[in-house]
Design a protein around this ligand. Structure first.
Ligand SMILES: *[C@@H]1O[C@H](CO)[C@@H](O)[C@H](O)[C@H]1NC(C)=O
Ligand SMILES: *[C@@H]1O[C@H](CO)[C@@H](O)[C@H](O)[C@H]1NC(C)=O
Ligand SMILES: *[C@@H]1O[C@H](CO)[C@@H](O)[C@H](O)[C@H]1NC(C)=O
Ligand SMILES: *[C@@H]1O[C@H](CO)[C@@H](O)[C@H](O)[C@H]1NC(C)=O
Length: 146
C-alpha cells in the first residue's frame, strides 16, 4: 500500500519461554529444542520472504529485527547481563501464568523483577525489553535510516 520503510521482528526462541518449558519440557528445565527449531524455521522463511519482497518492491527498506538470538543469549547466559532467573517469570509461580492470568492478585509474585528475564510465562521483563530495544536501536534502526 506504499509503505517503504518497514521493520519486522522475527520469532522469539519459543522453546525457552517458561510456560512452554512447563508444558512441553518433559520435566526438564531446559529450553525445548523442538520448539526453538520451529522458530528458526519460521525465521528462515521470514528472511526468504523479505528478500523476495526487496526484489519486487522498488525503494523498499525492509529490515528483519532479530529477537531470537539476543533473547536466546539472555536465557542461556543470564549472568553476563546481570540476570539470575530465566526459568520462571516474575509474576505468580512464574511457570504458567501468562497475560491476563498474571495480575496483582497472582500468588507468589516476587518483589523485584530486575533479575528476571521474563515478566510472565511468555513475555520478557522490562529489563529484558530494554536490552532487546537497545539491540534493535544499534543494529536495525541504522539500516532503516540508511
Ligand atoms: C533441532 O535442530 C538441530 C539443528 O538442525 C538438530 O540437530 C536437532 O536434532 C533438532 N532437534 C529437534 C528436537 O528437532
Ligand atoms: C536471517 O538473516 C539474518 C541477516 O542476514 C541472519 O543474521 C540470520 O541468521 C538469518 N536467520 C535465519 C534463521 O536464517
Ligand atoms: C489491582 O489492580 C487493579 C487494576 O489496576 C486495581 O484497581 C486494584 O486496586 C489493584 N489491587 C491491589 C490489591 O493492588
Ligand atoms: C532490584 O534489584 C536490583 C538488582 O539487585 C537493585 O539494583 C534494585 O535497587 C532493586 N530494586 C528495588 C526496588 O528493590
Amino acid at each position: 500500500m506504499g509503505a517503504r520503510e518497514i521493520g519486522v521482528t522475527n520469532a522469539a526462541p519459543m522453546g525457552c519461554l517458561p510456560v512452554l518449558i512447563t508444558l512441553f519440557g518433559s520435566h526438564s528445565n531446559e529450553c525445548v529444542d523442538r520448539l526453538n527449531n520451529d522458530s528458526i524455521d519460521y525465521n528462515k522463511n521470514l528472511n526468504k520472504t523479505s528478500q523476495n519482497l526487496r526484489k519486487i518492491l522498488p525503494g523498499i527498506k525492509l529490515v528483519v529485527c532479530d529477537i531470537y538470538q539476543p533473547l536466546y543469549n539472555l536465557v542461556t547466559n543470564p549472568s553476563e547481563n546481570g540476570f539470575s532467573e530465566t526459568r520462571r517469570g516474575y509474576c505468580g509461580t512464574g511457570l504458567l501464568e501468562t497475560a491476563i492470568i498474571c495480575n496483582n492478585m497472582s500468588i507468589g509474585t516476587c518483589a523485584n523483577a530486575s533479575n528476571y528475564v521474563f515478566w510472565d510465562g511468555a513475555h520478557p521483563s522490562e529489563a529484558t525489553n530494554k536490552i532487546l530495544a537497545d539491540t534493535m536501536v544499534a543494529a536495525d534502526i541504522p539500516l532503516l535510516m540508511s
